[in-house]
Ligand binder design. Structure first.
Ligand code: ADP
Ligand code: MG
Length: 723
């Protein structure tokens, strides 16, 4: 092993995490929860009653904020932040990258006499104007009109981010171009949630629930990640620049023994988790579960579900806090979808449901026939939406990193389907077969099947292989990549379900208008919807080759890569859908199409460069050294014994093949048709990525031959198993 690798390995044993860092003693969760958040209780306590009421109204009814109110809120927020040691504030937003962005301003203004005073106006709170010229805009914004605006999102409370030497007030904001076009992920999410709320309320009214004023989407995000020792991480240029290993032979011990999943959490890891969670509690994030995941070195953290917008902001903060805290504990938190080949990658399960303004979960089969009717209609809308718009859902989780999971023989597959479970599936089948609806005494409608059978919650027939599974009172969209911002998938889901609810409502209304009674109309419509879209329901094992065949027979799309899925954005029906629901304009859709492809290309550019460089400057030189050694000892023997000669030949051939593969990749990159984004991306997918994989596989042959002492990078067995 090279000296640096040995030092890293020994460093783990002798490690003093971060010599300057002493974790704070754990505090009582109930006492610290939300202490760094300008939350409802702080506002209620500190704001004048009328201002508080106006602000609440703005939040609930999602109305624009009155400037007078903003002024008072700003000054209260500033005083609160100063008490917490804040010196700066920032508008915190989600640009069209996979990260969040922030530009800090100190609370100060010069007084004119050489001194400064603290100031923070209503305008500072409501709106910012960062120079936005370097954020991806997908062509929406020309550089000469580079202004972007951030606007406060009062539905996600401001919070204070503390580091060892200071504190900053972070204000969650939306980010738009001066034309009002969204340059971020939050804005379309808010618009889509609005659309879904409108359509759901309309549907509930139609079915007889008149008191519902809005419907919230709620989301619980399970976040998977890997932890490795930071010394190893620093010695892997591929991990450092790409977030995943571009080289590496499998560890002898991987996940085959299934002994990591839910296994005993090692003390070093548990201390990291405790420490990170304490920070998260202070930020008002209700993290609840933690456990070891399937792959060695893999873990999961999940908070309790919250309103979608807040849950997504919180998920971004969780990723940021974990990254920072890992560093303090001498660890690296890897959020990439596939840091290591040959073992599980990481996802982000998105648990999704709708809650009405009266607090009812619309995805919970109810206790009364009326509630069940409502549930069955909403379920029909979801089934139709997922079937009709499967490519949009696939696209919403399409990113270069996730291509290593979806469509690459790993969970879940690229084919979108729905798991309902046995009980619910039999209800759907009964409806399709045409059971007649009846009427109950209080005038509500019920299915011919009467009250729904008890639908088992969290039962054993939970299907872990399905990309979109019903789990008793919610759907679990499992295809999200671990590193991604969940805003886009939830935006897509909310929009397609809104459209589907409207479609069903209109069909029902058309029937009642021509004299059919409501119960019969509902029954006829959902019978047709379920039979038209039954093909999307699949309750079996999604990992099998048989399912792939069966899905093809059913006509379900199998969009294996991000590039295949991106084409769906250019479909006229996509523009129509997003325009109709005022979620994305045509221009905004085009921008996202461009950015998707640009990002795919740029990410691969980095991987290609890193692959060629590491192969050429680290791996081949190590192989040459070993080749020289072997050649020398064979020469010293005078005549070469056959097996030894064979070793030398294999080694020589693998070095040669590696060098040749580097040349091929280089040629493939040069041959890329750069004028057209889609063609460029397709070329990368079909020509350049296979060439990169060829380098990797030759390097793997070398790794398994070359003397361990000479190998230039930490190996899988070290990174994954030593902590
Ligand atoms: P699993 O068994 O699926 O791994 P976890 O406990 O890890 O379950 O995570 C489940 C997530 O789903 C949590 O974030 C939880 O709060 C969330 N959740 C529970 N009920 C709902 C619901 N009705 N709507 C949305 N999310 C929910
Ligand atoms: Mg889980």
């Amino acid at each position: 092993m090279t000296t640096s690798r040995r030092r890293a390995t020994l460093g783990i044993v002798e490690r003093v995490a971060d010599s300057k860092y002493t974790p704070a003693a754990p505090e009582t969760i109930t006492e610290i929860f939300g202490e760094q958040v300008f939350n409802d209780s702080v506002m209620k306590e500190r704001l004048p009653e009328d201002i508080y009421q106006k602000l609440k109204k703005t939040m609930i009814e999602r109305q624009p904020l009155d400037p007078g109110v903003a002024e008072v809120v700003a000054s209260t927020m500033k005083n609160w932040a100063l008490e917490h040691g804040a010196t700066h504030f920032t508008h915190w937003f989600h640009p069209l990258t996979s990260r969040t962005a922030e530009k800090h301003d100190a609370f100060i203004v010069p007084k004119g006499n050489g001194q400064v005073i603290y100031q923070f106006s209503g305008n500072d709170l409501s709106q910012g104007e960062p120079d936005a010229s370097s954020f991806p805009s997908g062509g929406i914004r020309q550089t000469f009109e580079a202004r972007g605006y951030t606007a406060w999102d009062p539905t996600s409370p401001a919070f204070i981010r503390k580091t060892s030497l200071g504190a900053t007030l972070c204000i969650p904001t939306a980010f738009c171009a001066y034309t009002g076009e969204a340059l971020d992920k939050k804005t379309p999410l808010l618009r889509a949630s609005e659309a879904l709320s409108g359509s759901a309320v309309k549907m509930l009214k139609l079915l007889g629930s008149n008191n519902v004023t809005y419907v919230d989407t709620v989301v619980g995000l399970e976040q998977e990640y890997f932890l490795i020792d930071r010394n190893y991480y620093n010695l892997r240029p591929d991990l450092v620049s790409c977030g995943r290993t571009l080289f590496g032979a499998e560890s002898y011990k991987g996940q085959s023994l299934d002994d990591h999943y839910f296994g005993n959490i090692r003390e070093r890891v548990l201390n990291f988790m405790h420490d990170a969670e304490q920070k998260l509690y202070k930020l008002g994030i209700p993290v609840k579960t933690r456990h070891n995941e399937v792959a060695p070195g893999q873990y999961e953290i999940a908070p309790v579900f919250e309103a979608a917008n807040l849950a997504i902001d919180h998920n971004m903060v969780i990723m940021e806090v974990m990254t920072d805290m890992a560093a303090k504990h001498g660890l690296k938190c890897l959020l990439h979808e596939k840091p290591f080949a040959g073992i599980n990658g990481s996802g982000k399960h998105c648990n999704w449901s709708m809650v009405d303004s009266l607090g009812n979960n619309l995805l919970k089969p109810g206790d009364t026939p009326h509630e069940n009717m409502q549930f069955i209609v909403i379920l029909a809308a979801i089934v139709r939406a997922v079937d009709k718009y499967a490519p949009l859902l696939r696209l919403s989780v399409g990113l270069a990193g996730n291509d290593h999971r979806l469509g690459a023989n790993e969970a879940p597959p690229a084919i979108i389907s729905i798991f309902l479970g046995e009980a619910l599936n039999s209800v759907v089948e009964a409806i399709i077969k045409g059971k007649k609806p009846g009427k109950t005494t209080n005038g509500t409608i019920e299915l011919g099947t009467g009250i729904l059978p008890a639908i088992p919650k969290d039962n054993t027939d939970r299907n872990r292989t399905s990309p979109f599974a019903f789990t008793g009172n919610r759907f679990e969209f499992r295809a999200l990549g671990s590193s991604q911002n969940a805003a886009s998938p939830v935006m897509a889901l909310n929009t397609i379900v809104a459209e589907s609810l409207d479609f069903i409502a209109e069909e029902i209304e058309a029937k009642t208008a021509s004299g059919t009674d409501l119960a019969a109309a509902v029954n006829e419509v959902i019978q047709k919807v379920y039979s038209d879209h039954q093909r999307i329901i699949f309750n079996g094992d999604n990992y099998t080759a048989e399912w792939e065949e069966e899905a093809a027979k059913r006509g379900l799309p199998n969009l294996k890569s991000t590039v295949d899925a991106t084409a769906a954005l250019k479909d006229e029906s996509t523009y129509d859908l997003y325009e109709k629901y005022k979620v994305l304009t045509r221009n905004e859709v085009d921008a996202r199409y461009n950015i998707k492809l640009e990002k795919y290309i740029l990410k691969h550019d980095i991987e290609f460069k890193a692959t060629m460089d590491i192969a050429k400057t680290m791996i081949v030189p190590a192989a040459f050294k070993y080749q020289t050694e072997v050649a020398r000892s064979i020469a010293a023997l005078g005549s070469a014994p056959a097996e030894q000669k064979k070793l030398l030949d294999t080694l020589t051939a693998a070095i040669d093949a590696t060098l040749k593969a580097i040349d091929t990749l280089k040629a493939m990159i040069e041959a890329a048709p750069e004028e057209d984004l889609m063609e460029h991306a397709i070329h990368y997918k079909e020509k350049a990525i296979p060439a990169m994989n060829e380098i990797r596989s030759n390097a793997e042959t070398l790794e398994l031959l070359v003397e361990d002492e000479l190998w230039p990078m930490p190996k899988y067995r070290e990174m994954l198993l030593l902590l």
